[in-house]
Design a protein around this ligand. Structure first.
Ligand code: ZN
Length: 312
């Protein structure tokens, strides 16, 4: 049994067998060894994190994130998820309504904390993994907006981009945004460690994650024969996947032949799990928020949880 990706505890409980999404496994050009494609869905008894145990290979991560949500990505994924259309793809997280909602929510949270004298008004903001910088709110007094971003997205006007950690450190950010990043990150613990080292005392970290853990844990066994079969038969996979999504996410019922699929999100946080590890690295919670994300994209989801943390 693997350790918790997040708090590093060995007190991990197996919940059910799972598969890696075939659109991630597929196109194995760069992978010499074809993986089994089977994974496990686990819960950490120490911090409460739910997570998929199988780590993606470098080749898989490269395929997923180097051309994140571009046309090829969308087409490849749609072969296994017919509902993953171009329109659906472009709506996820990046429609103007969602951007505005996220910016507004963060703006009010930070301003309130500033007014209550819990934190200082931010001047230098870094959005870690922040794409083009479109989620950075228009805080008054800002002198610098920087995105730390390894993909080659071109930042919007008024935002600078870097892929060098040293440059982030030199900017001496007083607010670092880590929004919708950790749920993708097998090395989430290392990310917090890095941030704790480059952030100065009294600076502020804002972590936002979706609250999207599966409401149902299917009965799927470890190394399930059904899952191995589905990985080899595309049409059958589509049918059982659609059935699982509908019965789990919409009906909320535990039924036979359901399964979970490991795709982009590998960590499923709760408040306690975030507090546990950020405390360890010297952060304390000063404010928090919970709000409903764009309802048009996925009807059955999804709340976002945000914690504003001060480095002590
Ligand atoms: Zn844990």
């Amino acid at each position: 049994m693997s350790r918790c990706h997040w708090c590093d505890s060995s007190e991990v409980q197996f919940l059910c067998g799972a598969v890696i999404a075939p659109w991630i496994l597929d196109d194995s050009g760069s992978e010499k060894l074809k993986q089994s494609g089977l994974s496990e869905y686990c819960q950490c008894q120490n911090c409460g994190l739910h997570f998929f145990s199988k780590r993606f290979t470098d080749g898989q991560l490269e395929r997923m994130y180097s051309h994140y949500r571009d046309k090829e990505y969308q087409k490849n994924r749609q072969r296994y998820e017919p509902w993953y259309t171009e329109k659906f793809n472009s709506a996820i997280g990046n429609d103007p309504e969602t951007i505005e909602l996220r910016r507004k929510n963060l703006f009010f949270l930070v301003n309130k904390a500033v007014n209550e004298k819990k934190i200082r008004a931010p001047k230098v903001v870094v959005d870690w993994g922040g794409d083009k910088g479109q989620f950075i709110p228009d805080f008054p007094n800002l002198t610098k907006r920087l995105v730390y971003e390894v993909s080659n997205s071109v930042p919007i006007e008024g935002v600078a981009r870097t892929d060098l950690i040293e440059e982030v450190k030199l900017a001496r950010p007083d607010l670092v945004l880590l929004c919708h990043v950790l749920e993708h990150d097998h090395g989430a613990r290392e990310t917090i460690h890095q941030l704790s080292q480059l952030m100065i005392k009294e600076s502020v970290l804002y972590i936002e994650v979706p609250e999207d853990r599966s409401p149902i844990v299917p009965r799927t066994k470890r190394n399930s024969a059904l899952l191995s079969f589905l990985l080899r038969h595309r049409i059958a996979f589509i049918v059982f996947d659609a059935y699982s999504l509908f019965t789990i996410r919409v009906l909320g019922k535990k039924l036979p032949f359901q399964f979970l699929k490991q795709s982009e999100h590998v960590n499923f946080f709760c408040r306690e799990s975030i507090v546990e590890v950020t405390q360890e690295y010297g952060f304390e919670v000063v404010a928090e928020t919970r709000y409903s994300m764009n309802q048009n994209v996925r009807k059955s989801s999804s709340n976002a949880l945000g914690l504003l943390l001060r480095k002590i």
